[in-house]
Design a protein around this ligand. Structure first.
Ligand code: BT5
Length: 259
């Protein structure tokens, strides 16, 4: 497939018919300094699409937008890096809203439509954090029965006004560039760049009763009350306030719809 609109907004676009993982490929390419910020890699099919914590992202060939965008952050505040997946989720949310949908951001890395996952984001950095690839998958033209899990939806299922993948990818990269450059101008301060307030107002998680599962296997239940200045989810349990920087969140009131 050709991506004329996306080509015109990225600093270089590589569109592959098939690969293992666009994140993995772009992390390798980023090691040579030839690839500038906003260089983008997209594919029709991934045989080893990555989610967080060794989970998989699954999509049939040609059914989705799957892409990774390169940035080389040099924020004065290191907390800026923590915002990059939420930033991409906001770029996706706002592009989907223009297609007539009412998407929300589920902390830390999902975009939901009517409580179901239409998109997932995975930001991965190289060792010294000098290059970060922000990858995302968006379900576009799958019918309900073609989706890999029953917690998922697609643009087709949700009734979006367009299924044009090039136009969508171009819009998302444009939105992401705008948000990123605002954050850079603010020295990595997500409050000053208004990134945090945009994410808060689109959050499906803040205000919810949540169960947080931590990477070490422990759990906590409480109310999600805020996203702090570092992008951490603030959760009030019966005994204390937790600031969660990594973990999985289950929205308990709508748990039947989620994984
Ligand atoms: C994510 O992980 O949601 C991040 C997904 C990022 C995928 C993109 S595609 C381009 C780039 N290159 C890569 O290799 N990856 C990125 P996580 O929050 O861990 O969610 C993973 C879970 O989502 C799985 O365990 C499934 O339950 C579910 N899932 C898998 N495929 C899905 C799909 N197409 N739609 C909705 N949910 C899906």
């Amino acid at each position: 497939m050709d991506y004329p609109l996306t080509s015109s907004v990225t600093n270089g676009l590589l569109a592959l018919a098939e690969t293992g993982s666009t994140n993995q490929d772009l992390l390798a390419l980023a090691e040579s300094k030839n690839h500038p910020e906003f260089f983008t890699l997209t594919t029709e099919f991934q045989s080893a699409g990555r989610g967080r914590l060794d989970r998989k992202w699954q999509a049939e060939s040609g059914s989705s937008v799957m892409a990774s965008v390169l940035v080389r952050p040099n924020f004065r505040q290191s907390s800026g890096i923590g915002w990059l997946s939420l930033m991409m989720a906001e770029a996706i949310r706002s592009a989907l809203a223009e297609l007539g949908l009412s998407p929300k951001i589920k902390w830390p890395n999902d975009v939901l439509v009517e409580g179901k996952k239409i998109s997932g984001v995975l930001a991965e950095a190289n060792k010294d954090l000098s290059a970060v690839v922000v990858g995302f998958g968006i379900n576009v033209n799958q019918r309900l029965e073609e989706l890999p899990v029953n917690t998922a939806t697609s643009l087709l299922v949700a009734g979006a006004s367009s299924l044009d993948r090039d136009r969508l990818l171009a819009k998302i990269v444009t939105n992401f560039k705008d948000l990123y450059l605002d954050l850079v101008t603010s020295g990595g301060d997500a409050l000053a760049s208004h990134l945090r307030s945009k994410i808060l107002s689109a959050s499906a998680t803040v205000g919810e009763l949540v169960e947080v599962s931590f990477p070490d296997g422990t759990f906590a239940v409480g109310e999600a009350v805020n996203i702090d200045d570092q992008g951490r989810l603030e959760v009030k349990t019966s005994s204390k306030t937790l600031f969660v920087s990594a973990g999985d969140v289950l929205h308990l009131r709508s748990a039947k719809l989620e994984d």
